[in-house]
Ligand binder design. Sequence first.
Ligand code: FAD
Length: 382
Amino acid sequence: MQNISAIKASITKLCSHYPEEYWRKLDKINGYPSEFVEEMNKEGFLSCLIPEEFGGSGLGLIEATAILEEVSFNGCNAGACHAQMYVMASILKYGTYQQKKQYLPRISSGELRLQSFGITEPDSGTDTTNLKTTAKKLGNDYILNGKKVWISRVEHSDLMVLLARTKAKDDCSKKTDGLSAFIIDLKKAVGNGLTIKPIDTMINHHSCELFLDDLVVSSENLLGDENDGFKVVLDAMNAERILIASECIGDARYFIKKATDYASNRIVFDRPIGANQGVSFPLARAYANMVAAKLLVEKAATLFDANEHCGAEANMCKLLASEVSWFAGDTAMQTFGGFAFSKEYHIERKFRETRLYQIAPVSTNLILSYIAERELGLPRSF
Ligand SMILES: Cc1cc2nc3c(=O)[nH]c(=O)nc-3n(C[C@H](O)[C@H](O)[C@H](O)COP(=O)(O)OP(=O)(O)OC[C@H]3O[C@@H](n4cnc5c(N)ncnc54)[C@H](O)[C@@H]3O)c2cc1C
């Protein structure tokens, strides 16, 4: 816990160099917070999960959640850099020693960014195992063809972990078979079989469409076993859900603090608006829900770090945390009244940003169907 407090204090100091006005300006021009990401890297936060032998600090997901929660609480947008932590989970668990030696020290030093996770496709969406991008073995290489959508930060990354089909679906005995994960060297790939097209979005998240047209990837970049890639990305997906839940907790704390301060100082009808229970009760409810969701985030991260099954907890903490951050955001909007709509108060930017997390990385309905089926034993709906 001492460690966590020290981490939080360092993050607060770092974030003070990037006030909300910095994020507002970037939001306006769809700019990438390069200085922020570089400083996060320089201070070792983005390589916190990398073992010390490869230049990282060898911490666990529990520390990583503390980092992202505090970044979000301080008004910054952790979405600009969070992927390096969760995509890392695949390389740490399934990368060969050679792959780790090749990439991890350079990621730790900040020379390489691992900021992209290429899963979603336009024609399969949430139905990941139905993805259409193919990787065909040719000699010592794989030839990749297909389309991806919503792949974030790809223009600001050097590496991406991508999932593609290596065995026809009809030849597989299980839905999750026949997929393989690859480490893509983006700097080599762009213009040589990979085309990137940015998507104009409601938040500043740098998401893109990808077009793969005979992209050549060496078999040395296969991550884990051929046809077993779903398992490889699953660890990253669980880490992603837990880390994003921690960002939602940070967002919820941000909204509650901002709204509480405002409600204490804004005088209407000759008294602070926070003296009205219609204003204070939703804030109190948001606080209670946030504290409960945070406990589940901590439980999920602890299970992940102990290498135990954490699928249910990862999904449930993402569900609850994304709902509480949205509720806290909505409550902050109501508390600020008309001023919530002024960009100068920053609430509306965070409100837009936190809405994403009920849709990505996995939508609320899909989590509910996971819980219904896996935890409650109800029949599969799809
Ligand atoms: C800003 C942004 C950034 C993203 N970044 C990345 C990224 O970096 N990498 C990446 O791989 N992906 C990324 N995504 C994709 C994201 O993970 C998907 O958008 C999300 O998983 C939902 O998939 P979809 O958009 O295709 O929705 P669809 O699958 O088309 O679903 C649409 C709606 O229908 C519901 N639905 C679908 N099927 C069912 C069912 N059987 N039962 C009940 N409800 C159902 C869903 O819950 C959802 O609400 C990003 C998305 C956004 C918006």
